[in-house]
Design a protein around this ligand. Structure first.
Ligand code: FAD
Length: 454
């Protein structure tokens, strides 16, 4: 393409007018981008992950519940298959990641207790249980006495409790740290294939700390990523995984619509004083007068209480909210403003379930936008294009992985495996409903439709 390779001493990405090359370029360093990057790496590919503020988006806020059963929603049964696939992958995925990174990601196979605060909440949860059971999911009623034997700090005034043993948790902030440690852990050059996986010119051999501006094209195929800093990453496969910002990239295939909308969530982090530990041993999800609330106890003695779902005007404000990852600095993804009413509601309802919440130390109020789609399912896969009747053609070199809404942490291992399979030339028909062009019209063959790159 006539772009000089980046000088080898460039630490965090190509300089102006320079390029670096890898097998795979991933745009966006949330849990999804990191998961895909790591899966591609462990399939032997060299990988570059582009993000000027990795881990600072929705992944920074997420509670990390891995909850295919509790998160079953009416008329989202198709998504359930993907959630169950991801859930099954989690134990091995977490073990492998810990093995390579040398650190834990906070994966806990502890159960979830679902609590109804009053009679109407109990009825709603029992109705949901009917749907869960119809889908083969295990949710078993407990007496209030049994529930309080397991969790003595639950309020005696709750109306019902249900055991959901298959819903677990991970700590998304630790997860991102694990991915980065694993990605920095390279195969030595001269190994099996004679080539190492470290990419010259990338920080730790994988990270480019810059923003993607748009896709780079050659001969009708996506050939990499153009960066805000003036450089280029050249790659055989480019993965668009930058969450809410995916649709604003330049040079997406003409006609491809990625209809993402922000659904803001407030979430709290609190410290449990020593005399109240453990506050809980299970994740507690509740309905309090019809409003959902959850408490997720972490290994370090903190508890996460969340989360609201807002599509209000407040969400657009770009106020500082909650801490940001140390490596994000001033580049952190735009935070949603924290809603005073949201914080009030979370603390009020959490105390209905666990009154001792009033005695905890409030450490952090955070808000972020969940990247949602019109059908609440992700936009995941290759982009089919119009190659004539019965054609299976897709835009070469491009994979889309965004729109993970409420489930991005849970879905990370499945999204990573699906993307690796696509890179290997395999497509699983089960994931067709999530194809990223499902809200688009006809996508013409790209060579005739792509704007010139600047
Ligand atoms: C309050 C809250 C609670 C949640 N709880 C859970 C939960 O319990 N379980 C669960 O499974 N999910 C949960 N979620 C949802 C989950 O957080 C998201 O689905 C998931 O984080 C999406 O991950 P992502 O990597 O696609 O996006 P993000 O985490 O938003 O990452 C996108 C990244 O792209 C980067 N980026 C943006 N533009 C560019 C660009 N042009 N170039 C380079 N990089 C760019 C950003 O800096 C960011 O790091 C929750 C979400 C919220 C808000």
């Amino acid at each position: 393409m006539g772009i000089p390779e980046s000088p080898p001493d460039t630490a965090a990405g190509p300089g102006v007018g320079h390029a670096i090359s890898a097998d795979v370029a991933v745009i966006g360093g949330g849990v999804i981008g990191h998961g895909i990057a790591w899966e591609a790496r462990r399939s032997g590919r060299s990988v570059v992950l582009i993000d000027d503020a990795p881990g600072s988006g929705a992944s920074w806020a997420a509670a990390g519940m891995l909850a295919p059963v509790s998160e079953l929603h009416y008329q989202e049964e198709e998504l359930l298959g993907l959630m169950l696939d991801a859930s099954e992958r989690w134990p091995q995925f977490a073990a492998d990641l810990t093995g390579v990174s040398g650190r834990g990601c906070g994966y806990l196979a502890t159960p979830t207790l679902t609590i109804g605060a009053d009679a109407a909440d109990r009825q709603a949860l029992m109705d949901l249980r009917t749907v869960q059971q119809a889908n083969g999911l295990a949710v078993e009623p407990l007496t209030v006495r049994e529930a309080r034997r397991r969790e003595p700090l639950l309020s005696p005034g709750i109306a019902c409790a249900l055991d959901t043993p298959a819903d677990h948790q991970v700590d998304p902030r630790r997860l991102v740290e694990c991915f980065r440690a694993a990605l920095a852990n390279h195969l030595p050059a001269g190994g099996a294939g004679g080539v190492g996986t470290a990419v010259a010119g990338a920080l730790d051999g994988f990270a480019v700390q810059d923003r993607a501006v748009g896709l780079e094209w050659t001969d009708g195929a996506v050939a990499g990523v153009r960066l805000a800093g003036g450089g280029v990453v050249l790659a055989g496969e480019t993965v668009v995984a930058n969450g809410m910002a995916a649709s604003s990239l330049d040079n997406l295939p003409a006609g491809l619509r990625l209809p993402l909308r922000p659904v803001h969530g407030d979430i709290l982090r609190l410290a449990v004083p020593p005399h109240l530990r453990p506050l809980l041993t299970s994740t507690v999800r509740g309905l309090v007068r019809g409003v959902p609330v959850y408490l997720v106890p972490r290994e370090d003695g903190t508890v996460v209480i969340g989360a609201t779902q807002r599509e209000d005007a407040l969400g657009g404000t770009n106020a500082a909210s909650g801490a940001v990852p140390a490596n994000a600095g001033s580049n952190a993804a735009p935070a949603s403003a924290v809603s005073a009413g949201g914080v009030y509601q979370l603390l009020r309802d959490a105390q209905v379930l666990v009154p001792a919440v009033a005695e905890l130390e409030l450490l952090e109020c955070t808000a972020r936008a969940r990247p949602a789609t019109p059908d609440n399912a992700p936009l995941l896969g290759r982009v089919p294009m119009d190659g004539g009747e019965g054609s299976a053609a897709h835009v070469p070199g491009l994979i889309v992985a965004t729109g993970f809404f409420r489930h991005g942490v849970l879905l990370t291992p499945a999204a990573a495996a699906i993307c690796r399979d696509l890179m290997d030339g395999k497509a699983d028909r089960r994931w067709q409903p999530f194809r990223p062009d499902r809200f688009s019209g006809r996508i013409p063959a790209p060579s005739f439709n792509i704007k010139e790159t600047a």
